[in-house]
Write a protein that binds this ligand. Sequence first.
Ligand code: PBG
Length: 337
Amino acid sequence: MTLLTEPNTAAAGAFRGRRLRRTASLRALVRETRLHPSMLMQPLFVRPGTGVREPIASMPGQHRLSVDELAREADRLLQAGVTSVLLFGLPDTKDAEGSGAWADDGIVQRAIAELRRSCGEDLAIVADVCLCEYTLHGHCGVIRAASVDNDATLPLLARTAVSLASAGADVVAPSAMMDAQVAAIRAALDGDGLAQTAILAYAAKHASAFYGPFREAADSAPAFGDRRSYQMDPANGRQALGEIRADLDEGADMIMIKPALPALDLVAAARASTTVPIAAYQVSGEYAAIVAAAERGWLDRRAAALESLTAIARAGAGVVVTYFALQAAGWLREMDR
Ligand code: PBG
């Protein structure tokens, strides 16, 4: 590709790409993508109890935290320059409808209140809105006539969002992939005096094999069937852009694409065709794959993690949700010195 603004040196045989790669200082000078701790969002799992830091077997380095430990982790994140968290809950009990999701004294609601108390406005608190961690059957909506009923689920998601926002969440992030969930949540928030609560819509969420480790972490694997009647077919890109358009029309303030590396084309396409902030979620399986290979000595953990995060940012994500957030912030600080 020859741009009019550039001399056509290649044609003259004079192209020397290596000139600007010769030294570390030149490479730093012309680097197009820079990661910063403040663009990283750390997902955290909160569970009942006190003083609990329970390792997650499928995601080495990640833990299920009781509320008090969560607050300490948030403090560590802020110290490292990571200013946002995405919260998931493991409730005491589950039921058919997932009522733990909207309980005012629910596990995530209590976590949000504590983080708000301990971190004030320094921390952007984002709460996932879904039912799969709270339903006995593990699906993201309610079951009617043996299938996940879209419209019966909407009021429950709306109620959950209002409850999480009332507890103090800055942002609610609906991930259930029910049609019209963003509109239902926006209307409910506005109707409850929560017009300032933002919505980060998981707009393009593929039915991905890379969520496996998360479902162990959050105890949210479906008890029967799979999620392919609501999450998107990974083969579809145009349809993903349609989902993004629909969520923006319904009032989403930001959109999320998930998983990240398998969907970089969608990140780039979304960046080119919208003006809102775009988040990409480097999901549990993407994290676990790098960590497992590094444990075997097959990959350099730090280099592979930073390369993947940089690629996600290069594709156009301004917000990168990643289980490496805390660690990557430390690496970035070291590289600054
Ligand atoms: C809830 C939800 C899931 C993830 C984020 N929100 C699980 C799923 O859809 O099965 C996956 C995140 C990850 O794998 O890190 N629906």
